[in-house]
Each structure stands twice: as structure tokens, then as C-alpha cells.
Design a protein around this ligand. Structure first.
Ligand SMILES: N[C@@H](CCC(=O)N[C@@H](CS)C(=O)NCC(=O)O)C(=O)O
Length: 218
């Protein structure tokens, strides 16, 4: 039995949860897992992050590693194409989405959402780097109707959870949604959001976010 540990506001947790649901894999979930740098938590997740997956007592960390494991162990309902070059293109999309967009704007989350201000230098660097990331993503995204082409892939699981954060962060920090340069993004996210797995994860994210806001007001 698999157990996914994390929380429903986490984009990386949600990326894995969508893949599990889309593939129809049975799993348990601990959605109250709080990342920490304490020894007890680091013993489970050495970077102090979520998500992690428990596979019959063995722990796997890093969402992309977890997704690749799921593809290997549960080949039914594949979320990677068979052709090696097409598989590589899906992975390229994920790298552009995560390394060159989400991780770039993540540098501003502390200041924008948690009251930990960032420097002007950080803001300048993020503005420079996010423009490159968006340019790269735009160059390879197909929206036909899925981001890698005709079939749903792991790249859609990643895009669905990360792109809204890129939009929100660039809008708040720079007064402009940088993904507006790619007009297909909004209808594409809407289309994915109608799939039951994506809709469920999105609803749970909104509920968890609302609960957090309510708890912070108390
Ligand atoms: N590369 C990691 C990123 C995971 C990640 O950044 N998770 C966030 C929550 S969305 C986290 O645990 N943050 C806590 C921290 O960095 O201390 C993955 O793909 O699993």
C-alpha cells in the first residue's frame, strides 16, 4: 500500500496526488504532514519538504522521483508516452515549468505571502529569470489539447499546480501576469480543471487554503 504525505495547499503534493488519482492507483494519504527542519521530520524527508511517499515502509522523496516511480511500478494508464523522444519532451516541459518558472517565482513567496520581505535585487533577478522561463515554456508547450500534445501526461500534472502560482506571483510582484503572453494557458487550465482528478485536488486545495486563512484570523 502507498501512503502520500504532505498537505493540500502544497503544489508539489498536489502534483503527485493528481497523478495517483488519474492513474487510478489506490493510496492512503496523510494530508496533515507539516514540513520541518527538526531531526524527527528530517529522518523522513531529509530536505525537510513535502511530499514524500511511503511504499511498503520505504520512503521516497521529491515529487518528480515519485511520479517516475509510479510510472514504472504502475504502467497502466500511462502518463508518459512510449516513444523515448516524446518521453524526453514531457520531461523537458516539466523542467521548464518547475526549474525555470515555479522555482524562480518561489523566491518571492516569503515576501508576498508570509511577511518575509525580499530585496530589490531578488526582485530584479526574478523578473529577469521568469521572462526566460516563460519564453522557454511557450516555445515547447503544445496545448493540443494537453501541454505535451494529444495525451494527458505528467507535464499536465505539473502545469496545473504550478502555472496558477506563476500567474499570481508575477501579477502581485510586477503588476502583470507573465503567462498572459501565452493566451492558451487559461482555457487549458480550465479544460484540465474539468477532469474529476484535477477538480477534486483543486477543491481540496481551496478548502485547505480557506481553513488556513480562517485559522490565521483567530
Ligand atoms: N523539489 C521538491 C519541492 C517540494 C517543495 O518545495 N515542497 C514545499 C511545499 S510546496 C515544502 O515542503 N516547503 C518547505 C520547505 O522548503 O521548508 C519536490 O518536487 O518534491
Amino acid at each position: 500500500m502507498l501512503k502520500l504525505c504532505g498537505f493540500h495547499v502544497s503544489n508539489y503534493h498536489n502534483k503527485v496526488r493528481i497523478a495517483l488519482l488519474e492513474k487510478g492507483i489506490a493510496f492512503e494519504e496523510d494530508a496533515n504532514c507539516i514540513p520541518s527542519q527538526k531531526d524527527e521530520y528530517l529522518a523522513k524527508s531529509p530536505m525537510g519538504k513535502v511530499p514524500y511517499l511511503v511504499v511498503d515502509g520505504t520512503l521516497l522523496r521529491e515529487s518528480q522521483v515519485i511520479l517516475e516511480y509510479l510510472e514504472d511500478a504502475y504502467p497502466q494508464t500511462p502518463l508518459l508516452p512510449k516513444d523515448p523522444l516524446e518521453r524526453a519532451q514531457v520531461r523537458e516541459l516539466i523542467v521548464f515549468t518547475e526549474l525555470h518558472m515555479e522555482l524562480v517565482v518561489r523566491r518571492l513567496y516569503g515576501g508576498l505571502f508570509f511577511g518575509r520581505p525580499f530585496s530589490d535585487e531578488t526582485k530584479v533577478e526574478v523578473e529577469r529569470d521568469i521572462a526566460k522561463g516563460v519564453r522557454a515554456f511557450k516555445a515547447v508547450a503544445k496545448f493540443d489539447p494537453f501541454v505535451a500534445g494529444r495525451a494527458l501526461t505528467l507535464a499536465d500534472c505539473a502545469a496545473f499546480v504550478h502555472l496558477p502560482l506563476v500567474s499570481m506571483t508575477t501579477k502581485l510582484a510586477f503588476g502583470r501576469d507573465y503567462l498572459e503572453d501565452i493566451p492558451q494557458v487559461k482555457p487549458y487550465l480550465g479544460m484540465l480543471g474539468e477532469r474529476p482528478a484535477f477538480a477534486r485536488v483543486n477543491e481540496d486545495r481551496k478548502a485547505a487554503q480557506a481553513a488556513r486563512i480562517a485559522a490565521a484570523k483567530k
